[in-house]
Design a protein. Structure first.
Length: 192
């Protein structure tokens, strides 16, 4: 599978919601292509380098694991500026990538299996009511269904809401086990 990538200093988790303001030509063209084909694009954390808007000047390199992003809504409030709302889908691993002349990165990827649904272990159960209250108070909630019974889903929502360093969010994204993700969140909260 080949995907255009949006390289960001942000991590998108499966089941999450992300708003993006798009104004660069390469990304406007990517969004138009994805809307026309009803296809996702990939969101990846920048591993190193800089994603400059000047064609031929971007040195950004993607992290090896990213998330599919599906465009759920879009608006163009001003000419040349596109606001999109995306929903995080399945994770993927980059097998190879290339940068086009426009600066857009395209990658050949393999989709990664989602962690199996795992119940919340007893020690972590207290994280669920707090998360439920936080999500209910949000104006822009993550897409439904809300899976408060699933360790991976709960961990991913906490990873989005907590002030975690991006490397820590990426580490959680890359974990294949939902309970391990939840454990990483719990340890962060204990250390804070």
């Amino acid at each position: 599978m080949e995907l255009p990538l949006f390289l960001l200093n942000v991590v998108l988790h499966s089941g999450g919601r992300m708003e993006l303001r798009v104004f660069e030509t390469r990304y406007m063209d990517m969004v138009k292509e994805c809307l026309r084909r009803n296809a996702p694009f990939g969101v990846c954390l920048i591993a190193q380098g800089s994603d400059l808007a000047v064609p031929g000047r971007s040195t950004a390199e993607p992290r090896a694991v990213g998330t599919l992003a599906t465009i759920a809504d879009w608006q163009m409030p001003h000419l040349g500026i596109l606001h999109i709302v995306t929903h995080g889908g399945q994770r993927f691993r980059i097998l190879s990538w290339r940068r086009e002349r426009s600066g857009l990165v395209r990658a050949r990827v393999e989709l990664l299996p989602e962690p199996p649904v795992s119940p919340i272990p007893g020690d972590y159960a207290r994280l669920v009511p707090m998360l439920r209250q936080l999500i209910e108070s949000l104006e822009d909630q993550p897409p439904k269904p809300h899976r408060f019974y699933d360790a991976a889903w709960v961990a991913d929502r906490w990873a989005e809401l907590l002030p975690l360093p991006m490397d820590k969010r990426q580490e959680i994204l890359e974990l294949d086990d939902g309970v391990a993700r939840l454990d990483a969140i719990y340890r962060f909260l204990e250390e804070s």
